[in-house]
Write a protein that binds this ligand. Structure first.
Ligand SMILES: Nc1ncnc2c1ncn2[C@@H]1O[C@H](COP(=O)(O)OP(=O)(O)O)[C@@H](O)[C@H]1O
Ligand SMILES: [Mg+2]
Length: 247
């Protein structure tokens, strides 16, 4: 047994667009161990979302192997993959992807509805715990459209961790947020990491690499850098040094 949560080998993903083929991933290999906080960085179009969607079992590679928590994803059918995704992966998107006009509590309970192991009472309890973990216990009955972007992203993060996934994946999770709110969300990710969670955080913003423990750089579907950060900066310290808002 190793404690590799993710292992990919020579992953390729081609997209056919009309008569052309786009090589979004051109043979990518790496392993990610439990407890790492990995940023995946690269300019727009470098293949970050394509990679994250495969890691999140939302998409399948054209070729290559993917092992999630020791399980060969390639051999699985669509339904098994969906179940695997639901149980093992938490996904956070740039645009939050919450149900509109639905309360924070209901949004966070959603992933648990697919799991018959939990009663409605257990669902509620787990959702409350997750909302508490992201600092929103006083907003559980607020609807998505009554919340700020930062609050909506916290709800999305609570939804991503409610199932206690083996890995938390984020695609440009701070991309829609102002500087201060971005650092609040980054501080939250660092806290979740400190509590033992494994995180992959995709971003085009090179500044974010200083807050992760490892940085992988993608360019034109290749990995060009894969470095360990020995000197992780504190997002909380940056946040505390930012000027407060006027209101
Ligand atoms: N569904 C798709 N169909 C066709 N081309 C795609 C699709 N998804 C991504 N691509 C192409 O693959 C390349 C990588 O895209 P993407 O992974 O979204 O990059 P990033 O997230 O780094 O901006 C781009 O050239 C993009 O146009
Ligand atoms: Mg992208």
């Amino acid at each position: 047994m190793t404690n590799d949560i993710i292992k990919i080998e020579n992953l390729r993903r081609d997209f056919k667009v009309g008569s052309e083929t786009v090589h979004a991933l051109r043979g990518i290999s790496f392993s990610i161990r439990a407890g790492e906080f990995v940023t995946i960085m690269g300019t727009s179009g470098s293949g970050k979302s394509t990679l994250l969607n495969i890691l999140g079992c939302l998409d399948t590679p054209t070729s290559g192997d993917y092992y999630l928590d020791g399980i060969a994803v390639r051999d699985m059918g669509k339904n098994d993959r969906a179940t695997l995704r639901n149980r093992k992966i938490g996904f956070v998107f740039q645009s939050y992807n919450l149900l509109p006009k639905t309360t924070a509590l209901e949004n966070v309970e959603l992933p648990l509805l697919y799991n018959p192991a939990f009663s409605s009472r257990e669902r509620r309890e787990k959702a409350m715990n997750a909302l508490n973990a992201v600092g929103l216990s006083d907003r559980i009955n607020h609807r998505s459209n009554q919340m700020s972007g930062g609050q909506q992203q916290r709800v999305a993060i609570a939804r991503a961790i409610v199932n206690d996934p083996v890995i938390l994946l984020a695609d440009e999770a701070t991309g829609n947020l102002d500087t201060r709110t971005s650092f609040e969300i980054l501080t939250l990710f660092q806290r979740l990491h400190a509590e033992g969670r494994t995180i992959i955080f995709v971003t085009h913003n090179p500044e974010i690499a200083q807050f992760s423990s490892r940085n992988i750089v993608l360019r034109d579907g290749h990995i060009t850098e894969d470095t360990i950060n020995q000197n992780v900066a504190s997002a909380k310290e940056v946040l505390d040094a930012l000027p407060k808002e006027n209101d």
